[in-house]
Design a protein around this ligand. Structure first.
Ligand SMILES: NC(=O)c1ccc[n+]([C@@H]2O[C@H](COP(=O)([O-])OP(=O)(O)OC[C@H]3O[C@@H](n4cnc5c(N)ncnc54)[C@H](O)[C@@H]3O)[C@@H](O)[C@H]2O)c1
Ligand SMILES: O=C(O)C[C@H](O)C(=O)O
Length: 355
């Protein structure tokens, strides 16, 4: 058993009183189905000093409502493009759930035509007003919107791949919930790596590495069905909501958890273990090798977060036959989505220089 005093000393040694422990967080798309519950959860975070709630509609009401919660974070609402700069100025973390959700029968890629332009515009805002911020993108299709944001930031000369993330935490959360249900374990005690991307076959749960392990007698068909349920869980919610949108509450929970990891890492409480869809620069070490070997420049990977963002990409670990087959099957789709995002961003205008 770990010595509690050692543990406290270890944590304390990471904490530098000269470094900030609370940060401004900007939420873009704050009045939406995800944005509203996520605003509430962020207002409860001890790491948030200022919460900037930006949207093109309804932020005055959401901000007034959330600001009455008796927690320390200062809340301000920002409405429309004229106020985007003020929302972003000084932000350490920008979370982006702005954009339209799916309806039954649609794929995430069907959202590209609308959401690609929204994410491009908001990334241009980040490049101009808070170029050093960590950026967490929720808007779908994540497999393409993250490359779009990266290209915009790169064009502006401010891209730091260690601080740009596609949020795939909901896939991890779902895997934990489903494996917890199956094994009769509290989901908080379940660990299941989920890697790859965030759409159908590109979502790769590594069930062979699940802790606790799946029941020994579980058939190959049952394991395949569980993998399929995790991959199609977003569609399960879209169908159940029957035209009223996609996952919002579980997504807000997942995004709040991811934001907490980012803020703890910024505060020097790292290294913090997470999964995120990131661009793989070779300098991030051997963990990137599986993705790079497969020519996948973006890949949701196990990472360690520290003050500088992604400080280490961890190895995927061994894949069993079913997972290896899925890994091979995802490659073409993921590459196509990445390429689509890169080409879209290439057509856009060069963003204005940072302020
Ligand atoms: N990454 C994931 O795991 C995950 C999970 C669930 C949903 N999503 C995606 O998140 C997005 C949002 O979902 P939702 O259910 O909250 O949708 P929603 O329609 O309820 O809310 C979206 C919000 O974005 C706002 N918006 C639109 N254009 C904007 C702009 N240019 N600037 C700022 N705000 C803008 C809208 O006014 C609205 O309030 C969708 O694209 C959805 O597919 C991703
Ligand atoms: O499925 C969707 O369209 C939303 C989101 O990506 C999800 O996984 O729930």
């Amino acid at each position: 058993m770990a010595d509690p005093l050692n543990r406290i000393q270890k944590i304390a040694s990471h904490l530098d009183p000269a470094k900030p422990r609370k940060f401004k967080v900007a939420l873009l798309g704050a009045a939406g189905g995800i944005g509203q519950p996520l605003s509430m959860l962020l207002k409860m975070s001890p790491y948030v000093s200022d919460l900037a709630l930006y949207d093109v509609a309804n932020t005055p009401g959401v901000a007034a409502d959330v600001s009455h919660m008796s927690t320390a974070a200062r809340v301000r609402g920002y409405l429309g493009p004229d106020q985007l700069g003020a929302a972003l100025a000084g932000a350490a973390l920008v979370i982006i759930p702005a954009g339209v959700p799916r309806k039954p029968g649609m794929t995430r890629d069907d959202l590209f035509n609308i959401n690609a332009g929204i994410v491009r515009g908001l990334a241009e805002g980040v490049a101009r007003h808070c170029p050093g911020a960590w950026v967490a993108i929720i808007s779908n299709p994540v497999n393409s919107t993250v490359p779009i944001a990266a290209e915009v930031l790169q064009k502006a000369g401010v891209l730091n791949p260690a601080k740009l993330f596609g949020v795939t935490t909901l896939d991890v959360v779902r895997a934990e919930a489903f494996v917890g249900e199956l094994t009769g374990t509290d989901p908080r005690d379940v660990h299941v790596p989920v890697v790859g991307g965030h759409a159908g076959v590109t979502i790769l749960p590594l069930l062979s590495q699940a802790r606790p392990p799946l029941p020994a007698g579980m058939s190959a068909e049952a394991r395949k069905a569980l993998m399929g349920r995790i991959q199609d869980a977003g569609t399960e919610v879209v169908q159940a909501k029957a035209g009223a949108g996609s996952a919002t509450l579980s997504m807000a929970y997942a995004a709040a958890r991811f934001a907490d990891s980012c803020l703890r890492a910024m505060a020097g409480e790292g290294p913090v273990a997470e999964y995120a869809y990131i661009r793989h620069p070779p300098r991030l070490g051997s963990g990137a090798s599986a993705a790079v070997a497969a020519d996948l420049p973006y890949f949701s990977s196990p990472v360690r977060l520290g003050r500088l963002g992604v400080e280490e990409v961890l190895p995927l670990g061994p894949l069993d036959a079913m997972e290896a087959e899925n890994f091979a099957a995802m490659k073409a789709e993921l590459l196509g989505s990445i390429q689509k995002g890169v080409e879209f961003a290439a057509k856009g205008p060069a963003p204005a220089p940072a302020k």
